[in-house]
Design a protein. Structure first.
Length: 280
């Protein structure tokens, strides 16, 4: 079907390739540098990244070059789309939005670059919803409104084994106040105003994860929601979280478990888990 509006996002949206292919979503890759090797994050094997992090090899993330956005936008324009909606990770976490805007100024079709002020599947669910509206023939105003409504109402809950990786990467934000606490104290984090923010502190990993589940259940309420469990090198724990949420959240349209992008994993560290609650 011919689309008037095309959807672009970045790889921190954590969407499986088969889903982006099916919905016609273009994904521009953030890069990851391990030591002196840099590549698109989709080409960085997660076990390699985890091993490097645990061995204290320097790891960093690099936003896409504006040319990566330019050529993506240009190709879509050549296909005949009338407008492009480009949905991205918080500008307080990455310069990705800035790169997208720089490229958008050079393209002959209108490009609407959105700073979601969030990350992960809060972006992923917004992008999916926007793509479905575009696929059905919706105009750019409807596509924009759909994406905005989804990420505005979504909740990101984040558990990390340690704040050290966030500190190293400079993404710790307001959670910096928790650094240096008791080792058994496990922080629960969220996204607020575009940055990582403390939500709660719980003694012990199991209690922290139970607390995260309780908060997710409360945020979902009785609304119809999509729920994703995200992890970085913690698949077994993520599966257990998902099973619990399936039993306890009453009105879920879509459940998903996914490994976060390597660019997110590079900052949250091995063992990190997240829950996204996204009202439909």
């Amino acid at each position: 079907m011919y689309r008037r509006v095309a959807i672009v996002t970045d790889s921190t949206a954590c969407l499986p390739a088969q889903l982006t292919d099916r919905l016609g979503i273009e994904v521009v890759q953030i890069q990851v540098r391990i030591g002196d090797h840099t590549d698109d994050e989709s080409r960085i094997p997660v076990p390699d990244l985890v091993s490097a992090m645990r061995a204290n090899v320097p790891v960093a993330t690099i936003p896409p070059d504006p040319n990566a956005f330019f050529w993506t936008y240009n190709e879509l324009a050549a296909q005949g789309v009338r407008s492009i909606v480009s949905v991205h990770v918080s500008s307080r976490q990455s310069a990705t939005v800035e790169a997208a805007r720089e490229a958008a100024a050079k393209v002959r079709v209108p490009v609407h670059v959105i700073d979601t002020h969030t990350c992960g599947m809060s972006i992923g669910y917004a992008v999916q919803a926007a793509a479905k509206v575009a696929e059905a023939g919706g105009n750019v105003e409807k596509v924009l409104a759909t994406a905005q409504a989804r990420f505005d109402r979504s909740t990101e809950l984040i558990y990390v084994d340690t704040l050290e990786y966030l500190r190293r990467g400079g993404r710790i934000g307001a959670a910096a106040a928790l650094v240096g606490g008791v080792l058994s104290m496990k922080p629960l984090l969220t996204m607020a105003d575009g940055q990582i923010t403390p939500l709660d502190k719980v003694i012990g990993a199991d209690r922290a994860l139970n607390r995260m589940i309780d908060i997710a259940i409360k945020r979902a309420g009785t609304d119809t929601v999509d729920v994703a469990v995200e992890h970085f090198d913690a698949e077994e724990k993520a599966s257990r979280l998902l099973r619990t949420l399936r039993r306890k959240v009453p009105n879920v349209r879509q459940f998903m478990v996914t490994q976060v992008s390597s660019a997110i994993g590079a900052h949250v560290g091995p063992g990190a888990l997240g829950i996204t609650v996204s009202p439909v």
